[in-house]
Design a protein around this ligand. Sequence first.
Ligand SMILES: Nc1ncnc2c1ncn2[C@@H]1O[C@H](COP(=O)(O)OP(=O)(O)O)[C@@H](O)[C@H]1O
Ligand SMILES: O=C(O)C1=C[C@@H](OP(=O)(O)O)[C@@H](O)[C@H](O)C1
Ligand SMILES: [Mg+2]
Length: 175
Amino acid sequence: MSPSVVIIGPPGAGKSTVARVLAQRLGQQVRDTDADVEAAQGRTISEIFVDDGEPAFRELEHAAVVRALEEHDGVLALGGGAVLDPRTQEALRGHTVVFLDVRITDAAARIGLNRDRPLLIGNPRAQWTIMMDARRPVYTEVATVRVATDGLGVEEVADAVQAALAELTEQEATS
Ligand SMILES: Nc1ncnc2c1ncn2[C@@H]1O[C@H](COP(=O)(O)OP(=O)(O)O)[C@@H](O)[C@H]1O
Ligand SMILES: O=C(O)C1=C[C@@H](OP(=O)(O)O)[C@@H](O)[C@H](O)C1
Ligand SMILES: [Mg+2]
């Protein structure tokens, strides 16, 4: 078993939301590794960060990604930082990975850059921008395809992802 598509990108890219819409359209199940970690722990991600620290969360997250890649055959959304772990980068090799890209203006408008995202506490806009500058090369490297989401609503992003997936399938058929 293997996910049909794995969605990556920064907080506010719309990974969790678009994954749900896409799964519904495709008639597949959706899974989100943030939700998996929270369910397994019986705590929110913010609580895990506060209680145990970020490294502990990253270990739980890595384990959740590995498990989901093995068990899930629908649409899979990762948390924004999951792909920073080299082991996770390796585990994603060979999967169809969509990078939902977004700029700060749209990301800030979508999530307000405050609640429930412990890495953005303080100056959320500055934190997000520093984070994205550092992560962009990783998102780009890990992704099979990038989809820009700025100015698009959720359904339009899902359209763009489906178009990108169709193009990949076509490329595979002709190569
Ligand atoms: N394309 C979009 N346009 C407007 N709002 C969006 C879009 N995608 C997601 N959102 C909203 O932004 C917020 C964050 O989306 P979410 O799916 O949790 O992002 P991520 O999982 O990438 O952090 C949610 O409130 C969601 O409804
Ligand atoms: O970017 C990150 O490091 C994080 C993103 C969050 O998920 P979303 O990207 O779904 O918001 C969540 O995993 C955690 O707060 C850490
Ligand atoms: Mg999410």
